[in-house]
Design a protein around this ligand. Structure first.
Ligand code: COA
Length: 269
């Protein structure tokens, strides 16, 4: 990758940043010189990510569940005490599983809305006072489900549609404070928990996914990290309120992937 970003002297904080796409983003900021804080709910994942980030620069890992607003507030205060005001904040904690709406309990629906949507609100609202005054970038991690209705994804479709609108509203309200707010909508990204849950597995499954992507390949965590670095950098200084797909051109074409995965998953139950 030839594009170089410089995040030295900046603090990047990534919620959900201990695995997959979010860890890829955290590592990219660290490689570009940022002091990086990652937060997630599992101690073992936090410890592993913090060690990886510390090997690249100044890394800090904290445990908090985004559903718990006070825990989010405490993590933000600790991060700022260690690394200073936050220049770039990524809200990427998410949950997902395949379930037909008729068999999804209200609690199952709620748990995903609580993590993806309410969790994003907690992170943004509690972080505002800690963002670098006059020049900060807030990035939500959305999903194609925010605009494309997908079977077995009622909870995620509802939650991510809310995330997109939250990004747009906060861009309106916080622009005057110098806070840019955007969302990234990743397509199928190889090696992630999301793909393990939502895509048919094996070489056949991978071939089906490739067929749906005009660029002919699955994305990588680095593809998403490059966009996150752009949105966090001064190069994106006039971009706010945008939901940007990074999906190889797949756009709304991923429903068959979910159906094929659900077919396998539901046959097993
Ligand atoms: N199908 C149907 N319902 C399910 C389910 C599945 N595969 N997995 C969980 N649920 C239901 C549970 O039965 C429970 O509902 P109930 O109280 O009516 O029984 C509800 O969802 C909450 O489940 P629980 O396991 O208590 O929640 P949790 O907070 O421990 O886990 C999840 C959160 C459910 C989102 C879990 O899938 C998770 O932690 N995932 C890891 C992150 C992830 O999904 N990453 C991918 C992002 S794309």
């Amino acid at each position: 990758m030839n594009v170089q970003f410089d995040f030295s002297s900046r603090h990047a904080m990534v919620f959900g940043g201990t695995t997959g796409i979010n860890l890829g983003i955290a590592q990219a900021y660290a490689r570009a010189g940022a002091r990086v804080t990652v937060v997630s709910r599992k101690q073992a994942n936090v410890d592993a990510a913090a060690a990886t980030l510390s090997a690249l620069g100044l890394g800090l890992g904290l445990v908090a569940d985004v559903r718990d607003e006070q825990a989010v507030a405490a993590a933000l205060a600790q991060a700022v005490a260690a690394h200073g005001p936050i220049d770039v904040l990524v809200s990427g904690a998410a949950g997902n599983f395949l379930a037909p709406a008729a068999q999804m309990s209200a609690n199952a629906f709620k748990v995903v809305v609580d993590i993806d949507l309410l969790g994003s609100f907690h992170v943004a609202r509690q972080a505002l006072q800690h963002l670098r005054q006059g020049a900060a970038s807030l990035i939500f991690i959305s999903a194609p489900q925010s605009t494309v209705p997908m079977a077995y994804q009622a909870h995620v479709c509802a939650a991510k549609a809310g995330v997109d609108q939250l990004a747009r509203v906060l861009a309106l309200e916080w622009g005057a404070l110098g806070v840019r707010v955007n969302a990234i909508s990743p397509g199928p990204i190889e090696g992630t928990e999301g793909m393990r849950r939502l895509a048919p597995q094996g070489e056949e499954g991978a071939a089906l996914v490739r067929q749906m992507v005009p660029l002919g390949r699955m994305g990588t965590t680095d593809d998403i990290a490059q966009l996150a670095m752009f949105l966090g950098s001064d190069a994106a200084g006039y971009i706010s309120g945008a939901v940007i797909a990074c999906d190889g051109g797949a756009q709304g074409q991923l429903s068959p992937m979910i159906l094929a995965a659900a077919d396998g998953a539901l046959k097993k139950t």
